[in-house]
Design a protein around this ligand. Sequence first.
Ligand code: HEM
Length: 210
Amino acid sequence: MSILKSSVAKKMALAIAGLFLVLFLFVHLAINLTLIYPGKEAFDSAVEFMATNPFIQVMQPILFLVFAFHIYMGIYLELTNQTKRSVKYIKNNPGAASTWASRNMIWTGLMILGFLLLHLYNYFLPFKTQDIADHYQLVVSLFKSPVYTLIYVLAFVSLGLHLSHGFQSAFQTLGTPREKCNKTLVILGNIVALIIAIGFSSIAIYFYFN
Ligand code: HEM
């Protein structure tokens, strides 16, 4: 696409896609929390709603495309901009040390990608291709495996790290004035990262022990 020719435009598109994915994560977390409270009936109704609501049916392929785009663009920018990026950080952020999370976006991203594929295989494929009688049971039974629960928690720790840098970075990519908003965005980004990492992980750990 010619509109995405410049690397700034590419980075902006990656940022918008990333923020869209953050929104999706909050919706997903809200649904997953119903597994614990109010419980089975509420979760089953949420699944039924997601499977039949026309708006969700339209959003699903869009979400898939946004994921694919973000992953493609993330890997592309990593491969082409690696040296440019480290120069840019030093130029834009004199004196400020870059964080581990900011230097390892590709690795936390690849961890998330690995988990995404596993997640599609474990949940999405059976949901789409089989007549699952008990959605709640399918989800909860996976958390009884220590290996699966460990992979799940590690994936969400990676996602938390990705967002601890990615959330504030996305707003700066989109032009938020650095001097005014930097501190607030860093704090907000860390809060978002903690909610997502702790929120998803604690559900897995809860069902592992209960
Ligand atoms: C739910 C999953 C994900 C969310 C919410 C997310 C969110 C974000 C956000 C908000 C940014 C910041 C954009 C910016 O700096 O302007 C970002 C950057 C990045 N993401 Fe993701 N991401 C996700 C998954 C992935 C995956 C699966 C990959 C696969 C490789 C990936 C690779 C990257 C890379 C490499 C960057 C940094 C690009 C750069 O600074 O040049 N992300 N992500």
